[in-house]
Design a protein around this ligand. Sequence first.
Ligand SMILES: *Cc1c(COP(=O)(O)O)cnc(C)c1O
Length: 369
Amino acid sequence: MENRKMEIQTNRLDRGFYQYQDEFEEAALRVLRSGWYIMGKELKSFEEEFAAYIGARYCVGLGNGLDALWLAFRILGIGKGDEVIVQGNTYIASVMGITINGATPVFVEPDEYFNIDASRIEEKITERTKAVLVVHLYGQASRMDEITDICKKHNLRLVEDCAQSHGSKFKGRTTGTFGDIGCFSFYPSKNIGAFGDGGAIVTDDEEIAKKMRIYRNYGSEKRYYNMVVGTNSRLDEIQAALLSVRLKHAAELNEEKKRIAAEYDKRLNNPQIELPKVREGSDHIYHQYVIRCKRRDELISYLKENGISTIIHYPIPPHLAQAYEYLGHKKGDYPVTEACANEVLSIPMFNGMLKEELDYTIDVLNAFV
Ligand SMILES: *Cc1c(COP(=O)(O)O)cnc(C)c1O
């Protein structure tokens, strides 16, 4: 292997640009030349296209995924004194979406698919529980049949963090359509990524969509008539136009990642490496391809020596983050979540990954002793 060392990054965003370079450049120039940069026709058509793609009635474009999350809870009236159930092994933004509103996150351990363990939700429900936030982590849908039943039974709101699951399905239904609100990020590395920040919510509820449009624009429907204390969170015209290009190719982009995942599944054969499992009925879109390894940190150094960079999603679970010291959790409180933080590793997985890069990565991983 020494004589064919390659440099491989976990993600290569430039490759995603060059795949549709002409279309992206045409879209960006169209907006630049139009003289209209915020809240115009590009946003309107992207919102319609994205709602149709997900299978929801409404889409409201926002500035980023975190805004989608905290505004979702704000609009549902969830705040101080309320509890929201969420998996322990998620990106910090999921939790901040809850706590920005003053609500308290109640953590549940993940299942073997890195999603919330549906069988452990009910034991965490109290008088104060108002909602469940499911995170379709790494691109795989959570166990939505059981989770929607629990929410109905206990009269809880259901919010979906779909920042990693654009187009991912559970039993034929697209993530983002199971709950009251589906929250999306278009951060550049996401499966449908912008060239800067972007986000959106989808919903079937006309009232929620209307409120979201008001909140994202300083709490006003009519200019200078401010009804609520909102925020400034708008998906700008250039990002919306570029996202329309990406969305047009969403199916082939997700298929490409699935093909890469299938190669890893088939050809990785190192007994020290545990491959990601796919839930029955779930259509995994592999935002990340996440392996587990007991000697994870040694594996990272070994891969680095061989030119392969990796990322840990995520090394510090939210309950142990300094920001959440005030919640009073300690190490050992969520052993399944903490084992994930110690063992998971995201290996190279991106649109435009070359066959020789994939072959090399597989060979190097299989040769780890
Ligand atoms: C990326 C991400 C977010 C936040 O999105 P931003 O656009 O970066 O604010 C939220 N939740 C999850 C699971 C994410 O991966």
